[in-house]
Design a protein around this ligand. Sequence first.
Ligand code: PGA
Length: 249
Amino acid sequence: MKFIAVRNYEEMSHLAAKFLIKQVLHKPSSVLGLATGSTPTGTYENVIEDHRKNQTSYEQVQTVNLDEYVGLTPTDPTSYRYFMENNLFQHIDIKAKNTHIPNGKANDLQAECSRYEQLLRELGVDIQLLGIGRNGHIGFNEPGTSFQTKTHVIELAESTRKANARFFDSLEQVPNSAITMGIDSILQSKEIILLASGKNKANAIKQLASEQIDKFFPASALHQHPNVTVIADREALTFCDNTEKLQTV
Ligand code: PGA
């Protein structure tokens, strides 16, 4: 696992976008694994800006998203499908049919998980973008999730519902469950970029940097993957005392 220290959210976003753009320029039919939340928004802004300025094309690109809430329609402003349309897809030349997100409204959620996992295996993800929860979750894989999990339905931790309540009118409106790529599904990606910005991620980044593998800290599964880059800003690195060992930009 390689750590890159950056100054702030803007630098993190700029660098993360560079990884995605480089991947697409190198292989125009790349499969990008994408994430939602506050962390990747700036990355998508940089991708859009580059698309406008340099015409980087996403015509052949396919995307797969990590997760979706159960019970929300794609047109619900709090659904992750809506987030992705709004924050990225509408602003680049990607084909709608090439953007994949679990269907949280599927009648048969188990069948939807199997379909999505099959799709992931068929496509093969080239590069997966990840945020990290304060409790170390990746995707919606909460502490205690087996590292062998494929795409599955998960009950959200109360801390996760509270952390995400800012996107809803009230905590009660935050769904109790979600469909998420499993930890094993995430580890199948050829390359993984994990982003962390801000003091509220400092404990999680400290634990990740300790390199201890612990089922109750899902992000620690990433130590089992050969090609992971963590891009973290100064605040997220507050409790990492070995910053001199980190690559800085
Ligand atoms: P955030 O969420 O980007 O909104 O902080 C990250 C996560 O929970 O994975």
